[in-house]
Ligand binder design. Sequence first.
Ligand code: 13P
Ligand code: ZN
Length: 278
Amino acid sequence: MKIFENLLKKNVADSPFAEEMREVTSNMYRLGWDERNGGNVSRLLTQEEATEYFAGAEVLRKIPLGFTADEIVRGRYFIVTGTGKYFKNVDKDPETNLGVVKISDSGEYAELLWGFKDGGKFTSEFPAHLMSHAARLKKDPENKVVIHSHPTYTIAMNTVCDIDELKFTKTLWKTNTEAVVVFPDGVGILPCMVCGTNLIGEATAKKMEEYRIVLWTNHGIYGTGRDMDEAFGLIETVEKTAQIYMLTLGRAVNIISDETLKGLAARFDVTPLDGVLK
Ligand code: 13P
Ligand code: ZN
């Protein structure tokens, strides 16, 4: 009977949602954004995916969250990277480096349904992820992805620029014509804080009420979206823009005018964040 049950079990490692995690972490590693265990990714499963793969699944372990998750994420299923795990290893061993958890009805636990095979657990930034998922879901019920990364030029630019959100957003917009089109809602910024805590999670989620992108000064970036491409694309565009800025620092002659930025917003039918353009 057990053999029969095992045959019927879906192969989670090759599911579309695990494939997305394997691909995105490989890309992030390849791009040099996520050294060692740097960065973490979480993706909400749809109700259909959860039912298809985990209906009646046994809870392997109950892992305390260390905070009470918002009602909006209770009972929901997430695939998430493990703490201390290297992105370069996710694709070759997804069952050790990833896990699928269901958030308990009380909001106190993550119920492990698959993965973290070596006894590991979810990323130390799970508070920031779950709190950000909750904040974004309240803004957009279709939001599914939170990505945290350490892209080099974004951190470098954040080190040399004023962390005023409007000024930082404007500097990005004025550097690359794609920027205002991809993130017209701008970039939220937190000062340098201790990572891996509920406190930074709460501060990030507060920013996520307004922004889809949040920078952590001297540390990295969070990007969110309805799917992996959207969240990854936001980070990719900030990083490319920051790279251009850092390569031209102090020598830029041609800077995009406010008038052109308004033209780009009109052409691509986006509304630029208030207070940035004259
Ligand atoms: P984890 O290994 O716990 O995911 O932490 C990596 C990181 O980027 C901390 O901010
Ligand atoms: Zn980090």
